[in-house]
Design a protein around this ligand. Sequence first.
Ligand SMILES: CC(C)(COP(=O)(O)OP(=O)(O)OC[C@H]1O[C@@H](n2cnc3c(N)ncnc32)[C@H](O)[C@@H]1OP(=O)(O)O)[C@@H](O)C(=O)NCCC(=O)NCCS
Length: 207
Amino acid sequence: MKKTYIIGTSGHSRVVLDILEKRGQDIAGFLDEDEATHDTMINNYPVIGYVSKLKELEASVIIAISHNPTRRKIFNQLSSYNVQLINAIHPDTTINSHVDLGTGNLIAAGAVINSNSVIGDNVIINTGATVDYESRIEDHVHISPGVNLGGNVTVKEGAHIGIGASVLPGVTIGENVTVGAGAVVINNLEANAVYAGVPAEKVRDIN
Ligand SMILES: CC(C)(COP(=O)(O)OP(=O)(O)OC[C@H]1O[C@@H](n2cnc3c(N)ncnc32)[C@H](O)[C@@H]1OP(=O)(O)O)[C@@H](O)C(=O)NCCC(=O)NCCS
């Protein structure tokens, strides 16, 4: 089995570590672009160095960074390396057998993904979030803890749905949108903006 490296050292990376331990992965340790973290230990595993360390290695990797633009940047950096992105799927999830799941994804404890949904690459479906039938979650999306998506929802690339938000069936969330915590999204949301409230309304544009 190839050794597995976790990219990122925040609290989120510890959630990923726990999943990999539960899945019996052979974990080498962490990588991080912040030099101050190097040579420290996280829950008994070393922070080994920069992400570029992976250039020299054939390894399994998961990017454990919740900030979508940073996670996307590292995903693109890894595309020229000889590494294998893996999914980190907590054992206590319910994923319908007709779900099409990409790679480099985190599916945290208690998440439910219902039938015929499609999940891209480098996605986070966080703790206790639900994705109902025939939904489409594109690359680099973060569905936060406790979010509920109705059936036939589309979440476009790079969008972030905040903690506890609900999205009505059939709605499309545009690219790079942020939905505020606790929002209820009843209409399609245009790309590159922040929305919040019940029902969700635009707070500001994102440049
Ligand atoms: C919506 C959000 C992105 C706005 O952040 P921001 O752009 O920094 O905006 P501000 O905090 O300056 O707030 C702007 C306005 O929106 C309101 N607002 C902020 N968050 C809100 C929310 N979740 N619901 C309703 N209104 C909200 C503020 O009260 C403020 O209103 P005002 O202009 O009348 O004073 C942020 O508050 C949020 O909810 N982020 C989600 C965080 C999250 O779930 N993280 C998951 C980690 S796992």
